[in-house]
Write a protein that binds this ligand. Structure first.
Ligand code: SAH
Length: 215
């Protein structure tokens, strides 16, 4: 297993280097790589997928949803530049894998999932693994989670046709959001959004990606 995790980390490093011209960096932060090493991905995939848990690819998690490719999880997390006092909103809890990575780097994670079956099992799994700084919510994440807004960082792990206005509103000044934007299942771009002190928005297309759609 240790060897599998090492291979996964090497693959993340390799893919970071190969995409450096698009993502604007040739290495991800040490903290993000440490979090990727620490979270046991095999505990987040169904039994029949365990052999592939540390492959650098997405895997099915049931309910026609997928756990994202480790490189993309690491990259999106890196762009959020989380600090120990950061409050982060995640849309698309899914298996809870990305949630676990965020929880190691942020003060508090607010995670929203629309499919109750996935939300319940992610909550149970994360509790069993002793991740304690996470709040779960079953709702349509298109509208964010206004009760705990504003957030320093927002991550959306399903593709939207355009940036949901509620999420922009719930982002703090100087906050960062990463979200795949595009068609369902194809031709999406990972978009990095920065809000400045005056609430001006800057967006940057980072990389072509393929996520399940935000419903
Ligand atoms: N980050 C997850 C994988 C996400 S797959 C992981 O690490 O496993 C995308 C997830 O987004 C799915 O669980 C899907 O049910 C959820 N989703 C899709 N549309 C949504 C919406 N409108 N609000 C909240 N969650 C949504």
């Amino acid at each position: 297993m240790i060897n599998d995790i090492d291979k996964m980390l090497t693959n993340i490093e390799r893919e970071t280097y190969l995409t450096r011209d698009f993502i604007g960096k040739d290495k991800l932060s040490t903290e993000v790589m440490a979090a990727m090493r620490a979270v046991p991905r095999d505990k987040f995939v169904p039994q029949e997928q365990k052999d592939f848990a540390y492959h650098n690819g997405p895997l099915e998690i049931g309910c026609r949803q997928t756990i994202s490719q480790p490189f993309i999880v690491a990259l999106m997390t890196d762009f959020l530049a989380l600090k120990p006092d950061t409050k982060v909103l995640e849309i698309g809890t899914g298996s809870g894998y990305q949630t676990a990575v965020l929880s190691l780097l942020a003060d508090k994670v607010y995670s929203v999932e629309v499919i109750d079956e996935l939300a319940f099992s992610a909550r149970q799994r994360l509790k069993k693994l002793n991740y304690s700084n996470i709040e779960f919510h079953i709702a349509n994440g298109h509208y964010g989670w206004p009760e705990h807004a504003p957030y320093d960082a927002i991550i959306v792990t399903a593709a939207a046709a355009s940036i949901p206005p509620a999420l922009l509103e719930q982002l703090k000044p100087k906050g960062t959001m990463v979200i795949p934007i595009g068609h369902a299942h194809c031709c999406q771009s990972l978009v990095l959004i920065n809000k400045d002190q005056q609430n001006n928005i800057k967006t940057k297309n980072i990389l072509d990606v393929c996520f399940v759609p935000l419903v």
